[in-house]
Design a protein around this ligand. Structure first.
Ligand code: C2E
Ligand code: MG
Ligand code: MG
Length: 275
């Protein structure tokens, strides 16, 4: 793994997040991939555990932040507008002395960068070091998301103390909502917790049109999952964003021309609002 860091074998992929309100791109999550010399492309499940026990995870997280923030600025320079970038941060990285400097060096605007913390990171009330670290990160204008919500042990009190921007409902809770009322009510109650605390809720593992419909009815703010796109290379993500933006421009142009038609009397108003 150290050789992989030296030899630049880690690449960052990006998975789109879609606003439930507008169905447009609301952000991307950076997800690391390892181009292993003999085993091919590896997903984090194959190496994150070892990276944690050998202490290399903080270096991988640092590299992902550096590469992803550089990519984010390149997209912007090329006219590809992405509202925000989320990166996953391990507990080891959260208390890494270099984290705050690295965030400052990423030179992203306030609100553009978001860090995802696993719910399973213990936000124990007696151990306030993680909470102090989160507070310091937030003063730099970085948002915090709680990842895999529903699988860890975050208490309501720790949620209030951390006041994250978003909760990401774990895909194990999202997947079964098409099969039963109880599963839907569970997700609905997480949405309610979010509303009560002023925290947005994003659903992970959105795989079907039924998921989208039900989650939207339940009041989820955003979606992430294979239904929209898997994690994509930087170039493929740019294509995805351009396609979405192109579709929006086409739709706006259609609305505009329909409206002109109404104003000039060539088109009845009831046909002028296209979706
Ligand atoms: P995560 O942060 O919860 O990321 C979402 C994972 O779900 C990704 O797996 C993604 O490919 C997968 N996924 C997305 N949509 C769907 C779907 O519709 N269905 C299903 N079944 N899966 C979906 P991936 O890329 O293998 O990453 C696994 C985990 O590894 C991540 O879970 C995250 O906890 C961790 N990870 C990834 N990159 C980094 C990193 O740079 N640093 C750290 N510390 N952890 C990372
Ligand atoms: Mg994540
Ligand atoms: Mg997750």
């Amino acid at each position: 793994m150290l050789a992989a860091l030296e030899n630049d074998q880690f690449e960052v992929f990006y998975q789109p997040q879609i606003s439930a309100h507008t169905m447009e791109l609301s952000g991307v999550e950076a997800l690391v991939r390892w181009h292993h010399p003999t085993r091919g492309q590896l997903t984090p499940g194959h190496f994150i555990g070892t990276a944690e026990t050998t202490g290399s995870i903080a270096r991988i997280d640092a590299l992902v932040l550096q590469k992803a923030s550089k990519q984010f600025k390149t997209w912007a320079q090329n006219g590809v507008s992405i509202p925000h970038l989320s990166v996953n941060i391990s507990a080891q990285r959260l208390i890494d002395a270099a984290l705050l400097d690295d965030i400052s060096e990423s030179q992203l605007e306030p609100g553009q960068l978001c860090i995802e913390l696993l719910e399973s990171i213990s936000f124990d009330e007696r151990d306030t070091s993680l909470e102090t670290a989160v507070r310091a990160i937030k003063t730099l204008g970085v948002d915090v998301e709680i990842d895999d919500f529903g699988t860890g042990y975050a208490s309501i009190l720790s949620l209030l103390a951390l006041s994250p921007k978003r909760l990401k409902i774990d895909r194990q809770l999202v997947f079964p909502i098409t099969t039963g009322q109880r599963q839907r009510r569970l997700v609905a109650s997480i949405v309610e917790i979010g509303k009560a605390l002023g925290i947005e809720v994003i659903a992970e593992g959105v795989e079907t049109a039924d998921h989208v419909r039900i989650l939207r009815d339940l009041g989820v703010n955003a979606f992430q999952g294979y239904f929209f796109a898997p994690p994509l290379s930087a170039a493929a993500l740019a294509d995805f964003a351009q396609e979405k933006a192109g579709f929006r421009k086409y739709r706006e142009a259609r609305q505009h021309s329909s409206l002109l038609g109404v104003l000039s009397g060539t088109r009845p108003f009831k046909n002028s609002v296209s979706r």
